[in-house]
Design a binder for this molecule. Structure first.
Ligand SMILES: Cc1cc2nc3c(=O)[nH]c(=O)nc-3n(C[C@H](O)[C@H](O)[C@H](O)COP(=O)(O)OP(=O)(O)OC[C@H]3O[C@@H](n4cnc5c(N)ncnc54)[C@H](O)[C@@H]3O)c2cc1C
Length: 492
């Protein structure tokens, strides 16, 4: 049962990441206060895709992934073209997930559904409330808040969550460096209505043109997002395109006969690839854009941030409730930093491949791309990576050991199962096993384990599954030491 906690978590920032964290902590019985300096939620479409792995994790929340799916639009394929030549096509049909598609959902809607869910759990975002300064103590933090009427108030919290975006106050306060670079070129983003898109509107297309990349994502029938890289303008802010400039770009780089009209959002942006190396600073944590920003190639930014929140919430809840050792919350930083590094690397690679203007490099890219994307394993790997089902924690300090020769996932890997791990009001580990030795473990570690055994992928083996659906340890029924080690590591 959840214990009543008097200790409080202050979440600074109610973007998609702060909202996800607030929902997760609240459903586990941790009291949260969530503030945002903005008077209202964003009305911008910004991040457009909710990927399969994020939907799987949302399924554990009250209300599940259904409201997101109902509000969104399913896209299921991505084609790469160079001129008129089809380089390759990747579909998501074969991805091993209940959600083999890209859910196109403007960020404003994602945030709306998350905020409504949080409100249904009894927590309201305090808007027009800004954290103006922060100082950390060994056992908490003192914060100065600027309230809606403009006056400042001192507040304190036991834990502070920096979900405050790319210009994070929390990151600056703890002194974390945000290493990386800003790409030279300017980008344009246009959410528009379109006539004459030559492929089904459930498919996205990347055009590799000699002038640069041109990308078309469906948002909903008749509505699309167009992205293109442009030569550097040298302006402090990348220029906002006009509809006429956009049409010229379509005619030059995109499909012939396609017309854009009724723009919803036109803007310019620059791509930053930056990341901190450490996500935990004593009583403060960094999540989402506060910890990592990257190219929109692959559409991973918001999803990676929301998954930071999913990773942290159950660990902090177990630790705050005195049911787990500090090693559990310490694992947040190495696990998510590892994922952040990979996302950054992949996004940078995809961006460089798509934007090269060097004729020799372009020819090599087109030939190699055509060869590689013709191979089913390469297509599958790309689809699995985009949908984030391959995300795992192979180097996690929580991985306590494995056993060879068993048929099933390894420590750090996601387990695909239609039984939801970690759903409900308590974070608990699950044991997949048959047989009495495993039942003894349930008695001994009743604080963190589910009361019932679940069916293992191999009857000879025992799997310890984390509340977020990743394997912590694997053992043979005849020798449970790896499972015991994992549970010992967890014990306070
Ligand atoms: C033009 C554009 C296009 C994008 N396209 C994509 C895309 O296609 N795919 C993708 O995955 N991502 C995309 N992104 C990135 C995506 O929007 C971010 O990754 C996502 O918003 C990160 O969520 P977050 O909650 O970490 O931060 P944010 O959404 O930035 O939220 C941070 C919140 O913190 C609040 N805040 C900040 N400082 C304080 C303070 N001191 N006190 C109180 N509140 C504070 C802010 O008001 C804000 O509401 C795009 C972004 C932009 C700008």
């Amino acid at each position: 049962m959840n214990q009543i906690l008097s200790k409080k978590v202050l979440i600074i920032g109610a973007g998609p990441v702060g909202l996800t964290l607030a929902i997760e902590l609240t459903r586990f019985g941790v009291p949260v206060q969530i503030i945002d300096k903005a008077p209202e939620r964003t009305d911008k479409s910004k991040a457009l895709v909710v990927w399969s792995r994020t939907l799987e994790l949302l399924d554990r929340q009250p209300g599940g992934s259904a409201p997101f799916i109902d509000a969104g639009f399913k896209a299921n394929a991505l084609s790469f073209l160079s001129g008129d030549k089809l380089i390759g096509r990747v579909t998501m049909d074969a991805v091993a997930t209940p959600y083999p598609f890209a859910l196109m959902l403007p960020q404003a809607d994602t945030e709306r559904i998350l905020e409504e869910r949080l409100a249904s759990l009894g927590v309201t975002v305090q808007r027009s409330t800004e954290a103006v300064s922060l100082s950390l103590r060994d056992d908490g933090a003192d914060v100065v808040l600027r309230l809606p009427d403009g006056h400042e108030e001192n507040a304190s919290a036991d834990w502070v969550m920096g979900c405050d975006g790319a210009h994070s106050l929390v990151r600056h306060t703890v002194g974390a460096t945000f290493d990386g670079s800003t790409m030279e070129s300017d980008w344009i983003l246009a959410d528009v209505h379109v006539r004459g898109y030559p492929v089904p509107d459930t498919e996205a297309t990347v055009y590799w043109h000699e002038d640069g990349a041109f990308v078309i994502f469906p948002i909903s029938p008749g509505r699309y997002r167009l992205l293109a890289d442009m030569p550097p303008s040298g302006d402090a802010h990348p220029p906002t395109p006009t509809l006429e400039q956009l049409q010229t770009l379509i005619d030059r780089r995109g499909p012939q006969g396609m017309t854009a009209f009724d723009p919803i959002w036109l803007t310019g942006f620059r791509i930053n690839g930056r990341k901190v190396t450490q996500y935990r600073w004593g009583r403060a944590f960094l999540c989402g854009d506060a910890a990592h920003v990257h190219s929109p190639a692959g559409g991973q930014g918001m999803n990676t941030g929301m998954q930071d929140a999913f990773n942290l919430a159950w660990k902090l809840a177990l630790f705050m409730q005195g049911r787990a050792a500090e090693a559990l919350i310490d694992s947040f930083s190495p696990e998510r930093s590892y994922v952040g590094d990979q996302v950054l690397k992949n996004a940078e690679r995809l961006t460089l491949v798509g934007t090269t203007r060097n004729p020799v490099a372009r020819t090599v890219r087109d030939v190699v791309g055509h060869l590689m994307l013709g191979l089913a394993p390469v297509q599958n790997l790309l689809a699995d990576t985009m949908t984030e089902v391959t995300i795992g924690y192979p180097e996690s300090p929580l991985n306590a050991g494995s056993a060879s020769g068993l048929d099933g996932p390894e420590p750090g890997q996601r387990i695909l199962d239609d039984q939801l791990f970690g759903a409900g009001s308590e974070p608990r580990f699950a044991l997949l096993a048959s047989g009495t030795p495993a039942l003894d473990l349930i008695d001994r570690y009743a604080d963190v384990l589910e009361a019932e055994l679940r069916t293992p992928p191999d009857p000879e083996g025992v799997w310890l599954i984390r509340p977020d659906g990743y394997v912590a340890a694997v053992a043979r029924l005849s020798d449970l030491s790896a499972i015991k080690n994992a549970l010992t590591l967890l014990t306070p």
